[in-house]
Design a protein around this ligand. Structure first.
Ligand code: PZK
Length: 330
């Protein structure tokens, strides 16, 4: 029984102070507020109450992996830690471009999820996904073939699949609760957000983030074909304070981005994913119809895929993955 729970008497001032400053709960004490295919968001309300500051959130990345939109039952060990470490690397590198929601990867993070969870500022999220493309692939390639444009941006004639674009383009989409996000043009994003000047800042920040990251990645042998950002507004004062534009979500991870090996890059066809290609190749050869439920992944494919995630971390962050594990160990 805890010090607090042993007695029904009111807590002493000291006990109350200690309780109010308790920074670490266990995961099962935190209310789950959002659940994605491979990660969760928890409410840290009551864990670290600071008057006038909205209570933070805990974003937890799992080791689950999805291909063809279905989650496999087999985890990829350390995938959540790789993605979280990469997000933190990029948040630090890009803080001069735009503020971000990261508070801590250690203080307040429960031991059981250390290395794969972040305490973040609670934002009012903008209702658009901010996609930037530097290469023509995926749904962008489909739209270009059909219309010559992507998100209302006319592109040069004669582009071939996976070709680098003359300059990165901002191709926002809606946030669908279920199913796929729907591509919209910039005017559609302005209408959803309701503030043209804000949306221009979001677009410009998105392109600057992509350009910075793509150059860093390429210098380390990785092509960053495209990526998705999510932004929010942060108001620290109870009322009347300015709303700051803040970068949220996970950033520039293999789950939010397409990374290709620069080695063997070839225009004219789809490129292998740096991280998921072993799983996709195996899944295609397995006879799975690519509809849920996704099949279990064999051991050798799991090991090869884990190695690719770790390699992505080490190439991008420029340090051993072990350094991330050491910095975040309880
Ligand atoms: C927030 N999501 C998406 C869904 C996930 C993530 N800083 C923030 N403040 C308020 N809300 C969010 C964030 C962030 N980031 C993001 N949902 C809420 C989402 C499911 C699982 F991990």
């Amino acid at each position: 029984m805890s010090e607090r729970g042993r007695s029904s008497a009111p807590p002493s001032d000291r006990q109350a102070l200690v309780a109010s400053r308790r920074v670490t709960a266990t995961l099962d004490e935190l209310p789950l507020i959002a659940r994605g295919k491979v990660r969760e968001v928890y409410d840290m309300e009551g864990v670290e109450g600071i008057p006038g500051v909205p209570p933070p959130l805990l974003m937890v990345a799992s080791d689950r992996i999805s291909t063809y939109d279905a989650v496999h039952p087999t985890p990829i060990p350390d995938k959540g830690k790789v993605l979280t470490g990469l997000s933190v690397f990029w948040f630090a590198k890009t803080a001069g471009i735009v503020a971000n929601h990261l508070i801590s990867a250690t203080d307040g993070v429960p031991d059981e999820v250390r290395g794969r969870a972040l305490v973040v500022r609670r934002l009012q999220m903008l209702p658009v996904e901010c996609v930037v493309r530097g290469y023509i692939t995926g749904s962008g390639w489909k739209d270009y073939q059909a219309t010559g444009s992507v998100s209302g941006i006319a592109l040069p004639d004669g582009l071939r699949e996976s070709e680098r674009l003359p300059e990165p383009i901002f191709t926002p989409s809606t946030k669908a609760d279920v199913g796929h996000d729907e591509a919209i043009d910039f005017e559609g994003a302005v209408a959803l957000v309701g503030d043209r000047v804000l949306m221009e800042r979001v677009r410009d920040a998105s392109i600057e983030l992509y350009s910075f990251a793509a150059e860093h990645a390429l210098a380390n042998g990785l092509i960053l074909a495209d990526t998705k950002f999510e932004f929010g507004l942060y108001q620290s004062e109870p009322a009347g304070g300015a709303h700051a534009l803040v970068l949220g979500d996970e950033v520039l991870t293999p789950d939010s981005s397409r990374y290709w090996p620069a080695d063997g890059y070839e225009v004219g066809h789809g490129q292998p994913s740096f991280d998921k290609q072993y799983v996709r190749d195996w899944a295609s050869a397995s006879g799975w119809d690519k509809k849920p439920p996704a099949p279990p992944i064999p051991e050798d494919v799991v090991a090869g895929t884990r190695a690719r995630y770790v390699e992505a971390y080490e190439r991008i962050a420029g340090e051993p993955f072990q350094a991330w594990l050491d910095r975040t160990a309880p």
